[in-house]
Write a protein that binds this ligand. Structure first.
Ligand code: HEC
Length: 204
């Protein structure tokens, strides 16, 4: 079962990437070489560090905004600051850091075809009760893509939970004002909210 999912994922990933033109960071033309087991370990570790560092920075800012003025203030803060914060961390880590989901709040977080395939494969694992381990894949000769699941914690429910239950109507009104096309609600604790999608160069 696990292997079937693995092969399906790999296959659909290859299929989807084949249709994508937007290769990152000017390495076009160079073939992706399969990663050695050592590289997989190294780059998985690197990806985790970047994801955890980014999560810590975002949570810190989010919590202090929530303390200042609750969900409304924090949502306004995220609306203005989430992107600049991730951009500046991308520079610190020399990586392209993104978060994406099958149900997005910010239209800029729309998944690419490869990210969508990855989201679906994590979702399948989650539904089957299998562990969702981070994945690294060679992107081209010099770039590695790292994907890891993002799960819902109790704190997240105030802004991504069930409307009228964990997510207050008044708070959601503010969110809807900022993100009229929001789809990112209805979650419960432990649900798969989305993934980290991080790309960095192979030489560390
Ligand atoms: C104060 C409200 C608030 C809380 C609490 C919150 N979020 Fe969000 N979340 C937002 C807003 C607003 C955005 C859109 C940010 C932007 O414009 O970049 C967002 C975006 C995201 C995205 C990016 C994908 C998308 O839909 O655009 C992910 C993933 C995400 N949140 C996960 C979480 C997780 C996991 C938690 C808990 C650890 C959490 N959020 C807690 C308000 C919140």
């Amino acid at each position: 079962m696990k292997w079937t999912i693995f092969f399906l994922t790999t296959f659909s990933f290859l299929l989807f990437t084949a249709c994508q033109n937007n290769k990152p960071s000017g390495d076009s033309g160079q073939e992706a070489v399969p990663l050695t087991p050592e590289e997989v370990t190294l780059y998985t570790q690197r990806g985790k560090e970047i994801a955890q560092g980014t999560f810590a920075a975002m949570s810190g800012e989010l919590l202090s905004a929530m303390q200042r003025g609750g969900v409304a203030e924090a949502s306004r803060y995220c609306n203005l600051a989430a992107y600049p914060l991730v951009d500046s961390l991308s520079k610190v880590y020399e990586a392209d850091i993104r978060r994406t989901s099958l149900k997005i709040r910010n239209p800029k977080d729309q998944p690419t075809a490869a990210e969508r395939a990855m989201l679906l494969s994590f979702q399948q694992l989650h539904e089957a009760g299998e562990p969702m381990k981070p994945v690294v894949q060679p992107q081209d000769a010099n770039t590695v893509a790292f994907y890891a699941p993002i799960q819902i914690q109790p704190l997240c429910l105030q802004c991504h939970g069930k409307l009228g239950e964990t997510l207050k109507e008044a708070d959601y009104a503010v969110i809807k004002e900022l993100y009229p096309a929001d789809e990112a609600i209805g979650y419960s604790e432990g649900d798969l909210r989305g993934i980290w999608s991080i790309q960095f160069r192979k030489k560390l």
